[in-house]
Design a protein around this ligand. Structure first.
Ligand code: IPD
Ligand code: CA
Ligand code: CA
Length: 274
C-alpha cells in the first residue's frame, strides 16, 4: 500500500471540499424548485435534476484536478481507470427523499478510498451550512474546527440513528425488529434519512450510535473516516472489521459499541411484513 504524506491527503481533502461546496450550491438552488422527480426502480427510490447536476459538478472538479483517479458515483456508476489505487465514492445528494419533500436533512458526500480504505472525506450539509471533513491521521472537523464523539457510555442513555433501505418491502431483513428493540432499550432511535449525515452527527457527538444495512459505498465512505478520526469506532455488526461492500455498518462513539453489537446480534426479523 502506498503511504501518503499529510500534504498529499490535505490536497485531496481540499479537492473534495471544492467539489462538495460546488454541489451543495446546486442543491440549495433547486431546493423547492424541482421540476423532474423520477423513481429509479424501487418504489420511493427517487432521482431529481438536482442529484444529476450536483454529480456533474463534482465530476468536473475531480476530473480537472485528478484525471487518472477512478470514480464510483451514484448516478453515473463506475468511471475512469478501474486499476487505479484511488477510488472516489460520490453521493451528490444523500437524502433525496427528504430533499424532494423539502425536509431539510440532506448532504453531499465525497469519500476517497485508497487501496480500499477511506482516507479522505467531505460531507456538506448546504441547508445548515455545515461542512464536515476528515483525512486519515489528520482528525475530523466541522466548519474547520476539531470535533469528537460523545462521552455516553451506556446504551440505556444513548440516542441512536438508523435507516431503512429501499428494498425493505422485499426482505425480512428489513431492520424493523432492530428498530423496535433498540427504541425500547435506549433514549431514542432517529431515522433521519441521510446516512452520510448520520455518521457526521456521530462524529460531532450529537448522536451516540448508528447501524444500518443495504448501504452503498457512496453513502458511507466519507462518514466512516469522519467517525474514526473523531475517536469513534466503525465495524461490522459483530464487531469484526468493516467490509464496505457488505452494505452493513455499525458506527458508534466507541463506548457503547460492544453493548450495541451484542443487542444487534440477538435480534430476529419481525414476522408478517414480507
Ligand atoms: C439513502 C439515505 C438513507 C438510507 C438509504 C440510502 P439516498 O440515500 O442515505 O438515509 O437509509 O439506505 O439509500 O438514496 O437518499 O442517496
Ligand atoms: Ca445515499
Ligand atoms: Ca443519493
Amino acid at each position: 500500500m502506498t503511504k501518503h504524506t499529510s500534504e498529499q491527503l490535505q490536497n485531496f481533502l481540499d479537492i473534495a471540499t471544492e467539489a462538495a461546496l460546488a454541489a451543495g450550491a446546486i442543491l440549495q438552488g433547486y431546493l423547492g424548485n424541482l421540476e423532474a422527480v423520477e423513481e429509479k426502480g424501487r418504489p420511493g427510490d427517487l432521482v431529481t435534476e438536482a442529484d444529476k447536476n450536483a454529480e456533474v459538478a463534482i465530476l468536473d472538479v475531480l476530473r480537472r484536478h485528478l484525471p487518472h483517479h477512478s470514480i464510483l458515483a451514484e448516478e453515473s456508476g463506475q468511471l475512469g481507470d478501474t486499476t487505479s489505487e484511488y477510488l472516489w465514492a460520490i453521493d451528490p445528494l444523500d437524502g433525496t427523499t427528504n430533499y424532494a419533500h423539502q425536509y431539510p436533512f440532506f448532504a453531499v458526500s465525497i469519500g476517497l478510498l485508497i487501496d480500499g480504505i477511506p482516507q479522505v472525506g467531505a460531507i456538506f450539509d448546504p441547508f445548515h451550512n455545515e461542512l464536515f471533513r476528515a483525512a486519515k491521521g489528520l482528525g475530523a472537523t466541522r466548519n474547520r474546527r476539531p470535533i469528537g464523539v460523545s462521552p455516553t457510555s451506556q446504551l440505556s442513555k444513548s440516542l441512536l440513528v438508523t435507516g431503512f433501505a429501499y428494498d425493505r418491502r422485499e426482505t425480512a431483513d428489513n431492520n424493523y425488529a432492530e428498530f423496535c428493540k433498540l427504541t425500547h432499550l435506549t433514549q431514542g432511535v432517529r431515522r433521519s434519512g441521510a446516512a452520510s449525515l448520520d455518521l457526521a452527527h456521530i462524529a460531532c457527538g450529537r448522536l451516540d450510535g448508528y447501524w444500518e444495512r443495504g448501504l452503498s459505498p457512496w453513502d458511507i465512505a466519507a462518514g466512516i473516516l469522519l467517525v474514526e478520526e473523531a475517536g469513534g469506532k466503525v465495524t461490522s455488526y459483530d464487531g469484526s472489521p468493516l467490509i464496505i461492500s457488505s452494505g452493513r455498518i455499525l458506527a458508534t462513539n466507541g463506548k457503547i459499541h460492544q453493548e450495541l453489537s451484542t443487542e444487534l446480534l440477538q435480534i430476529s426479523p419481525l414476522k408478517g411484513w414480507v
